[in-house]
Write a protein that binds this ligand. Structure first.
Ligand code: ATP
Length: 243
């Protein structure tokens, strides 16, 4: 079974077709990056896959569950770290983690064990009593990812996880994401090509709601006949019909 399978997935906003007949699959345990320029349809795709918005036509299956007919099942197996920061700014780091444990109905023991485990995994232990709103963007994002993992999801969605972060914060977050690789299926959106190349097992390149190319960074470079991945991206995007 594929972790993600989309079948002619389509979403329209008035006269804009944000996602246009998308067919793609992501494998179990894979880190799959959806790469594309602004407005390519990445976030809309994630919103449909996480049941935040419904497709106008087509369907998608998350570990075999339809996003149209099996919404509760999909929601129970996914974790989401959205583009806009998901942390409660007035709560401490610990309170944010505990709040999420409460949402999932954990017992006190499980809440303490999970908070400890994720704090250690994400280096949050020393800042547990800090107010989340006072953390830098990179640390807020790290907390947001830890919160998305509380429910022990089978699939984690990271929507532009390093948007707006400086080079060092980005590099630290990449290290964190690398520790998750292979343990869980990760679907990541980005418009940073170096991010896709550094992290992803396979990369799907989107433009105007459509998938232009899909493969490993190496395969996409070979396809475009370029040495650098950035050049391959530009060649693939510029070579598409609409430009
Ligand atoms: N709620 C909405 N109402 C109207 N149009 C929308 C809405 N959400 C997205 N769009 C449009 O759909 C298209 C795809 O947007 P989307 O946010 O999915 O792209 P993206 O690839 O995630 O872009 P970015 O990298 O800027 O986040 C864009 O033309 C956008 O303006």
């Amino acid at each position: 079974m594929q972790a993600i399978k989309t079948v002619q997935l389509t979403k329209k906003y008035k006269d804009v077709t944000a996602v246009d007949g998308l067919d793609l699959t992501a494998r179990q345990g894979e880190l799959f990056a959806l790469l594309g320029v602004n407005g390519a349809g990445k976030t809309t795709t994630i919103k449909m896959l996480t049941c935040l918005t419904k497709p106008d036509s087509g369907n998608a299956f998350v570990n075999g569950n339809s996003i149209v007919t099996d919404v509760a099942a999909v929601k129970s197996i996914i974790g989401v770290s959205p583009q806009e920061t998901a942390v409660a700014p007035n709560l401490s780091v610990r309170e944010n983690l505990e709040l999420m444990c409460g949402v999932h109905g954990f017992t006190k023991e499980k809440m303490h064990a999970k908070t400890k485990e994720l704090s250690e995994q994400f280096d949050l232990t020393a800042i547990l009593s800090k107010r989340a709103g006072k953390l830098s963007g990179g640390w807020q994002r790290r907390l947001s990812i830890a919160m998305a993992l509380i429910s022990e999801p089978q699939i984690l969605f990271l929507d532009e996880p390093t948007l707006g972060l400086d080079v060092l914060a980005r590099s630290d977050l990449w290290d964190t994401i690398r520790t998750l690789k292979g343990k869980i299926t990760i679907i990541l959106t980005t418009h940073y090509m170096e991010e896709a190349e550094a992290l992803a097992d396979r990369i799907g390149i989107m433009k105007d709601g459509k998938l232009l190319a899909l493969g490993t960074a190496e395969a996409l470079k070979a396809k475009a006949g370029t040495e650098k991945f950035e050049d391959a991206f530009v060649a693939i995007v510029k070579g598409s019909k609409k430009l």
